[in-house]
Write a protein that binds this ligand. Structure first.
Ligand code: GLA
Length: 393
């Protein structure tokens, strides 16, 4: 969704009620789903590994009211067009349009056996699009809650995350992992979530009170990242195939230890080895980072973030010049524990862990230095670790 920097979160539901009444002449129920940052554990979710995301205070809202027919009429305040979807149409397909996320969720809810009423829907978001903060997962989760609320359907939160991921995998055609939908559904305010993407066991880790999550948007969007993302997935799968000749028990890179990878490194082509090395060591870093947070060792946590970024840059090759520059600039600042790119990569945002009393100077100095070097005006904001999705009163 388009970024609307001037909005305050509390104004948006009220504005949505008003806009909805004007568009559809009805009273709406409003649902919100947050975007996310990932503190550590990048490109590990689709390798059955570990991740540590937190929800942010940027969200997507979906306002809904029932219709008497079996259609969804979908509008967004971020776009001008209106879309009509026939819920009874059997062979519905993605149209490479923003409404695909809405449509895909409706299709998956129906496929899961839920009976949906027709609905008028208005979508609005302030999660920047293409910035690696999961605006698409937020659209999916907000839409799913709105359609469920409108139809008297309830779905367990973990099942809901899986269903929204299926919408993206099977309907939209992006082979993403479970992280983004999971955190949007399951986040707890003030906490990051350490998630095992195989078992879906998870643990909420409190973010220390005197520490802030600072998000720096490079303003380079990751539109071209889709192909590269699917290529990385395929390279990981190839790594598993090759390694399983010597390690027959493995199902995913999650099952390979750093020692095993080192022992069998010569069995892999250089690029595949680099991809595997990132994933195997990144999984270990997430576990170490969770332990560091448990004992309040932010210096260790920051070191792991730094290593993660270097690994994403050199081994996984999903960073870019602007992300590297942003990380380098942020690390020079006073009060910074660590920084790294967050999300799929090829542009988008970095996340920094910053002592709360140092954030104002951080914003000023990083913004000025980044503009001077690139000519781009970055968006930099301090986010709380926000709560997961739900209905807005
Ligand atoms: C995107 C995907 C996630 C995850 C990250 C990389 O955000 O949606 O599933 O794979 O990239 O960690």
């Amino acid at each position: 969704m388009l970024s609307v920097m001037t909005d305050t979160v509390s104004d948006i539901p009220r504005e949505m009620h008003e806009a909805f009444r004007q568009l559809f002449g009805a009273h709406a129920r409003v649902f919100r789903a947050p975007g996310r940052v990932n503190l550590i554990g990048e490109h590990t979710d689709y390798n059955d590994g570990f991740v540590m995301p937190a929800a942010i205070d940027r969200s997507v809202w979906a306002a809904v009211s029932p219709r008497s027919d079996k259609h969804l009429v979908v509008r967004s305040t971020n776009f001008t067009d209106s879309v009509e979807i026939d819920l009874d149409k059997e062979d519905s397909r993605a149209a490479r349009h923003w409404s695909d996320y809405v449509h895909g969720v409706a299709v998956m809810l129906r496929q899961a056996g839920h009976c949906l009423r027709g609905a008028n829907l208005l979508i609005r978001g302030d999660v920047p699009i293409g910035a690696g903060l999961s605006s698409s997962a937020a659209v999916e989760v907000a839409t799913a809650l709105a359609l469920m609320g409108n139809s008297g359907v309830s779905v367990d939160r973990v099942e809901l995350a899986k269903l929204c991921r299926r919408a993206e995998n099977e309907f939209v055609g992006a082979r993403v992992g479970i992280m983004d939908q999971f955190i949007s559904c399951m986040a707890q305010a003030g906490h990051a979530l350490c998630l095992d993407c195989r078992s879906l066991q998870h643990r909420a880790l409190p973010v220390p009170r005197d520490v802030s999550l600072v998000i720096c948007n490079t303003m380079v969007t990751h539109e071209l990242a889709g192909n590269e993302y699917n290529t990385r997935r395929a390279e990981c799968e190839e790594g598993v195939r090759l390694l399983s000749r010597s390690l027959p028990g493995i199902r995913a890179l999650r099952d390979v230890t750093p020692e095993q990878l080192q022992r069998h490194a010569s069995e892999l082509p250089t690029t595949i080895l680099k991809r595997c090395r990132h994933v195997v060591l990144e999984n270990a870093r997430v576990c170490d980072a969770a332990a560091a947070l448990d004992r309040g060792d932010l210096a260790a946590f920051g070191r792991l973030m730094r290593e993660s970024h270097q690994s994403l840059r050199a081994d996984y090759e999903v960073s870019c010049a602007e992300l590297d520059l942003m990380v380098a600039l942020t690390e020079k600042q006073e009060g910074v524990y660590g920084a790294r790119m967050t999300g799929g990569g090829f542009g988008g945002c970095t996340v920094s862990l910053v002592r709360s009393d140092a954030t104002a100077e951080f914003q000023r100095a990083v913004s000025a230095a980044y503009s001077a070097k690139t000519g781009l005006e970055p968006q930099i904001w301090v986010s709380s670790a926000a709560a997961g999705a739900g209905e807005v009163e």
